[in-house]
Write a protein that binds this ligand. Structure first.
Ligand code: URA
Length: 212
């Protein structure tokens, strides 16, 4: 597993506004999109490309195009949806899949309750988007799910990561495949309720409001 912490003053600034409890949902959503576009720039550094021959108005030249098969962006429901617009703004030709995972509170296993993904992901670069890498359980299950379908190149984009979650992903995935985590910051720790500290609270609630 590789970790890339995107160290840029604009990212740090936008993240600070997201963390602020006074930031209302509409601004939170807009800033999340902007932040994800900046993170997507880092996350796509190794995106697969191929050479193409083109004509400019004045000459013939060799250029670069995204290779087939197209990359796939996989938001983890529900909070990952808030990152989708920012990601597809930079990757408009990417395909979009969805994955919904819920933890069984008795067995603590993640159960897939929604899946809209191709059965065969062989050769596809998969960009998993989920704002908070907290315990790492959901992310590990998502990566395993993609591996089962043949993916071997998975880039996870998160706004924040906890050291505990990063360790869980590292322990589960090891060097089995090409897994990269791109995040705006690694925070201090998880509290007893599984919230990232200092964090930004419940990302889904801050994006979409509290659902009773
Ligand atoms: N999920 C969140 O939305 N926030 C946290 O701090 C941890 C998990």
């Amino acid at each position: 597993m590789r970790l890339h912490v995107a160290d840029h003053p604009l990212i740090a600034h936008k993240l600070t506004v997201l963390r602020d409890v006074r930031t209302p949902s509409p601004i939170f959503r807009q800033l999340t999109e902007e932040l994800v576009t900046l993170l997507a720039y880092e996350a796509t550094r190794d995106i697969r490309t191929e050479s193409v021959e083109i004509d400019t108005p004045v000459a013939h030249t060799t250029g670069t195009a995204l290779a087939e098969p197209r990359p796939i962006v996989v938001p983890i429901l529900r909070a990952g949806l808030g990152m989708l617009e920012g990601m597809t703004r930079l990757l408009p030709t990417a395909e979009v899949g969805f994955l919904g995972l819920q933890r069984n509170e008795e067995t603590l296993e993640a159960i897939t309750y929604a899946n809209r993904l191709p059965d065969d992901l062989t050769g596809r670069q998969c960009f998993v988007i989920d704002p908070m890498l907290a315990t790492g359980g959901t992310l590990v299950s998502s990566i395993e799910y993609l591996f089962e379908r043949g993916a071997r190149d998975v880039i996870c984009v998160t706004l924040l990561a906890a050291p505990e979650g990063l360790r869980t992903v590292q322990d589960a995935i090891g060097d089995r495949a090409d897994v990269t985590i791109v995040t705006a910051a690694v925070d201090d720790h998880l509290n007893e309720k599984g919230y990232i500290i200092p964090g930004l609270g419940d990302a889904g609630d801050r994006l979409y409001g509290v659902v009773d």
